[in-house]
Design a protein around this ligand. Sequence first.
Ligand code: ZN
Ligand code: ZN
Length: 417
Amino acid sequence: MTQLLLKKARIFDGWHADCAENMQVLVADGRIQEISQGPIKIADDARVIDASGLTLMPGMIDAHVHAFASDVAVARVEALGEAYRAAYATRMLNHALQCGFTTVRDVGGGNYSLYRALADGLIAGPRYFYAGRILSMTGGHGDMRQLEERPRYYSACACGDGPLANSFSVLADGVDECIKSAREELRQGAHCIKIMGSGGVLSPTDPIWMNQYREDEIRAIVNECTERRSYVAAHCHPASAVRRCVEYGVRSIEHGTLIDDDTAEFVARHGAFIVPTMAVCFALVETGRKLGLPSESQEKVEQIAREAISGLDRMRRAGVDVCYGTDLLGSTHVQQCREFTIRREVFSPLELLRQATSTPAEMMLMQGQIGCVAPGAHADLLLVEGDPLKDISVLAADGQFLRLIVRGGEVVKDRMS
Ligand code: ZN
Ligand code: ZN
């Protein structure tokens, strides 16, 4: 891989509002090798890019996606099969990269197969972290059976069907099944384990307000992850679910839509993270019916969308570490940048920049590796027209203001000449 020298760059490093000016950044072997105010020695065949007038910043992180969620109706996702889902993932991931997301965390349905397709360069996309299949209790948010469907019981026998599952979640009840399912996902390379900690929108039989999983089940899963030097992410809408999951050791709360002030302070005090997902709420409220979202799901999403913005404000006032996440489904995936537009009602540009770079990197135990411009980090970089610290909308325009996108030292978008 040829060396890349970015010169005369103004750098937002992922953390600080005061940007260093007129800097040289050397990229080689996929990493940032050197950052210097003075000249840097380079190879004869190195590519030199003059970055003057542009802002150099870390490639962004979307900490809540589902690469295989090819439709808003889960039943159709399953029915259309693996080839369709893989084709959708290819399009969705490529779009994400062209919007400046050089890392995504897939918190449900992602797998090693897709990871390898990206790693081997078969498809273009962001750096890909996956949680594997989500652990859900029977009758929980991962249980997609309709009310009238008869129960099917877990088959423990080696010749049986194994645990009840779909391509996004696996049903595990009781400490032993939870441990076994967590270990199975971790064995298959899961970056973290995702659990359903409360009711949700897409599942047909569980109310949003319902807390899911018992304390001993959650703690057992957390323990498995801790031993693996990984962590647990939990889908939670109501404040009660957020609070107990954090209390039992969950690191990353997904959604947190119905949070209250006390709980937000509790999360901040315990150093846990929240990944709100406004884009999916607003997209489904607007277009869910048209796209065939079942009516019980439509009612649920309208309920949580009403609280969504005030929840964000509670997190901001309590000082919660908030990460960028979108959770978009089907054709709505093209709204990935809209999360900025919604959140700017509550957060400053600097807060939003951190939410999309250094904060999710820390949450994912990848601090200093991604989400920053620093020596030794992966060379995931953007050259932005304008100043995102003054006007975040330059990042909310589907990559329109990105002149250069570099992922792992490789130029994946080039509008410099
Ligand atoms: Zn969820
Ligand atoms: Zn999700």
